[in-house]
Design a protein around this ligand. Sequence first.
Ligand code: PLP
Length: 404
Amino acid sequence: MFDVNKIRKDFPILSRQVNGKPLVYFDNAATSQTPQQVIDVIVDYYSNYNANIHRGVHTLSQEATDKYEAARHTIQQHFNAKHAYEIILTSGTTHSVNLVANGFVSLLNKGDELIVSALEHHSNIVPWQMLCEKTGAILKVIPMTLEGELDMDTYSKLLSDKTKLVFVNHISNALGTINPIERIINQAHQVGAAVLIDGAQACPHIKPDVQALDVDFYVTSAHKICGPTGVGMLYGKEVWLNKMQPYQGGGEMIDQVSFEKTTYAGLPHKFEAGTPNICGGIAFGAAIDYMNAIGFDQIAAYEHELLEYGTKKLLDIEGLKLYGTSKNKTSVISFNLEGIHPYDVGTLLDKMGIAVRTGHHCAQPIMDFYNIPGTIRASFAFYNTKEEIDALVEGVKKAKLMLS
Ligand SMILES: *Cc1c(COP(=O)(O)O)cnc(C)c1O
């Protein structure tokens, strides 16, 4: 059974105080907290087998290599990739998107079209704008609706035989909207376009199956699913990864090097130049094991309960406006108080020990759409409680009194 009080004991940070108050951590969409099980793996690595991988014949190097490759295998199984070598370990979502965007430089021609959505994080916008500058490809945008959903009719109209790539997020980090990615992928494939899904915000809540989705690329970061920062993954279909040029050159990614000609290593090493975040990769695997032991169905059901509870309670506050009201959303609540700057509310909440995010959430086009400078965003994880939501609601009420 799902027992939140038992789960909370796994997270040492949740028992600390901030400004003399118990910490209420509601900035999970920016980064999640780390359970002792994952911290132990990190300590074990540096205490017992820290070594470079894939090169040494010595015992430590073998142990580190085995654990790193075992983590890749865990990630492969979690996402149901066909082959372990289709999992490229990167420094995170941003790195993964840049890797694909650079890999496509030689695959695009002037006038080719790429489709992005209005709901994206900057890391799924800017690398593609840079790709367009390099290749002369044109970027088209799927608009959003007032509820914070994608306008799928316009999407259908944007697709044509000129479309080469579509990239959207699985779940919006700013609003929590779950996008209809099955439909997006199917329709793109009908015109022969490849699809990249930014799963950074989905993986804390959902277990994606890349083969069932038939997605070409799926990217995510470990630090949003109870793992460390600075590590993430790119899943790519073998056929695409073979077509793409390597992003960075260096050690690990080569087969033979001479000054006349260098040949590249096979997958996944072709895209993994240099010494990777070895400890981070191993801890990424441990984080996935931790989440699976709790179970994604249980996590999603509990978080949905928190979302409904929090939404209802916050909406009781007069002058509070919600952004992102899709029926299909995860436990993210973005809101503002009429006439009050989100930053001021966030600062007062911090004084009460409550951590929320304020600002544009790396999604300025969404804020422009609503014509606001930003929002206050409370994002819940499976280790949060209704009592913490009560504290947030009281805090927002107090802040409103003080600021109006
Ligand atoms: C967090 C996030 C990113 C960026 O992840 P990094 O770990 O900073 O590279 C990209 N897209 C979405 C939807 C996110 O939530």
